[in-house]
Design a protein around this ligand. Structure first.
Ligand code: PEP
Ligand code: MN
Length: 337
């Protein structure tokens, strides 16, 4: 249940209203928006007489029952679009932020070369996996802690913030120099990890599991936000369908629905969604066209020799060509790329 407060109420009146509910055993979420202030009740509200509260409290303009289980990430509770920031880079409404880099960090030279090139092309954030969740235990598992150091070197060299995947909460201390922590598709419902990331002060990029619903993605984001970290970016990366010609099926409706249902920024990953290099540029354009706030794309200096996901990686020239196209399109949409 959410209460939209009268526009002229004081902070003190809001605090009194909140403590009244907390004394009755509810927890609350306070959301101060540009248009209005909202107080959301968490708990069993079945017995709460909404009309009675509106009529008698003297501070409430109107109230609404929220049918969804997600509250903190729900647009009904938090009306303004959240813009996630890392340094001076923004991800959210008004921007189309491109994250690019190899699937895996392979060597310092490799990641620095890629970082310099994608930066020149217009990427704002560098990606690269150090800890790789691979389907087969016999496949390359990433450079691990050494890979994180290589990413740091590329960050130092180019000034690009870095995003990389964490596999479990015991790794958090290693991620000190990482700007955005990625929760991979396979970990989307690792609730202990999500809770641990809730106490971090840095943004989390949460990828949708290939077999998870939109509702489940939002509930996973709710774990992070309700644990204290509202800097969450949602990422659609393709879901498993009956189709076998593509690695996954890019769910563009999810991008649109997520933006409607939640105030969090939403990006999409055409590389893992398709698994096929030639599909990446057209899908990237579609992602921009449906209103996503950005893109995560795999780009490699030598895709044919990549240790992971070469077939879906753009080479650096292809990435540059894509960026030229996206820049024109973003400009017509009034987005900063
Ligand atoms: C990745 O982005 O490196 C990755 C492994 O993607 P996903 O978790 O979406 O499979
Ligand atoms: Mn990959």
């Amino acid at each position: 249940m959410v209460f939209i407060m009268n526009p002229d109420v004081t902070r003190e009146q809001i605090n009194t209203f909140i403590s009244g509910w907390e004394n009755k055993g509810f927890s609350t979420i306070l959301s101060v928006g540009t248009e209005h202030t909202a107080v959301c009740l968490i708990g069993n509200t079945a017995a709460v007489d909404l009309d009675h509260v509106v009529q008698t409290s003297g501070v409430v303009l109107y109230g609404k029952r929220i049918t969804e289980r997600y509250k903190a990430v729900n647009r009904v509770v938090h009306e303004d679009n959240t813009i996630v920031r890392t340094g001076d880079i923004c991800i959210g409404e008004g921007y189309f932020t491109v994250i690019a880099g190899p699937c895996s960090v392979e060597s310092e030279d490799q990641i620095i070369q890629i970082a310099k090139s994608v930066k020149t092309s217009g990427a704002r954030i560098l990606r690269g996996g150090a800890f790789k969740p691979r389907t087969s235990p016999y496949d390359f598992q990433g450079k691990k802690a050494e890979g994180l150091e290589m990413l740091s070197a590329a960050k130092k060299e180019t000034g690009l913030p870095i995003v990389t995947e964490i596999m479990n909460q015991t790794q958090i201390d290693l991620f000190e120099d990482v700007d955005i922590v990625q929760v991979g598709a396979r970990n989307m419902q690792n609730f202990d990890l999500l809770k641990a990331l809730g106490s971090l002060k840095k943004p989390v990029l949460l990828k949708r599991g290939p077999a998870n619903t939109i509702d489940e993605l939002l509930m996973s984001a709710e774990y992070i936000v309700s644990s204290g970290n509202d800097n969450v970016i949602l990422c659609e990366r393709g879901i498993r369908s009956f189709e076998t010609m593509t690695r996954n099926t890019l769910d563009l409706s999810a991008v649109v629905l997520l933006k409607q249902k939640s105030h969090l920024p939403v990006i999409a990953d055409p590389s893992h969604a398709s698994g096929i290099r030639s599909l990446v540029p057209p899908l990237a354009k579609a992602i921009l066209a449906v209103g996503a706030d950005g893109l995560m794309v795999e780009a490699h200096n030598n895709p044919a020799a990549a240790l992971c996901d070469g077939a879906q990686s753009l080479d650096l020239d292809q990435f540059d060509t894509l960026m030229r196209d996206l820049k024109n399109r973003a400009q017509t949409e009034g987005k900063i790329i």
